[in-house]
Design a protein around this ligand. Structure first.
Ligand SMILES: [Fe+2]
Length: 200
């Protein structure tokens, strides 16, 4: 008869084998899971910004094309910081495209070759989603892990600045955004084109 064994699994289902000092492994696991969602969003944002950089056309091409590369660089850096925080918390960050697509809760960016303001109208919506969720996760982790909160808050300052760069192209002299009330990227891009035709 084989000896009875009572081997415990190497990793707990509720958290990693270890995490940063001062957090329970369950807390570390929860913070890492929330960060994985931010890693997915930032990776997606970096790719989307490059897609726009390549597909923008029309009279404002060079301004928008050039404006986006520093944003891509910064956003890729943010993804790296988030992934390394997940690893620091004792969890393996997942950075593969298939896993991202399987997990994400949003649709692919919907605009192909298009004018600068159409893309910026759609990008306004993309930034709205990323920033709102970054803030939400920053608040959720604040009590358990102020270090992760600080990381996300610092990134938010830059993301909000980039969002303003985008919105400044969509604002009229009365301070209103032409994309106000748009629910989808194509809706936002359409509102921008209709606004431009009306003012032409
Ligand atoms: Fe380029």
């Amino acid at each position: 008869m084989a000896a009875k064994t009572s081997r415990k699994p190497k990793t707990s289902v509720t958290g990693p084998a270890y995490t940063v000092p001062g957090l329970t492994t369950e807390q570390g696991g929860r913070v890492a899971a929330a960060l994985q969602q931010r890693l997915d969003a930032l990776t997606d944002l970096g790719l989307t910004l490059k897609h726009i950089h390549w597909n923008v056309v029309g009279p404002h091409f060079i301004a928008v094309h050039r404006m986006l590369d520093p944003q891509v660089e910064a956003v890729r850096g943010f993804a790296d910081e988030v992934a390394e925080r997940i690893a620091t918390l004792g969890v393996a960050p997942v950075g593969t495209p298939g896993a991202l697509v399987a997990r994400r809760t949003w649709d692919d960016y919907a605009v192909g070759r298009a004018g600068a303001v159409e893309h910026l109208g759609a990008l306004d919506l993309v930034y709205q989603g990323v920033i709102a969720e970054h803030r939400q996760v920053a608040e959720e982790v604040e009590e358990a892990d102020p270090v992760t909160n600080d990381l996300l808050i610092t990134q938010l300052g830059q993301l909000e600045l980039f969002h303003w760069f985008v919105r400044a192209h969509l604002e009229n002299s009365g301070g209103e955004l032409v994309t106000q009330g748009a629910r989808t990227e194509t809706d936002a891009a359409g509102r921008v084109s209709r606004g431009r035709r009306r003012s032409a």
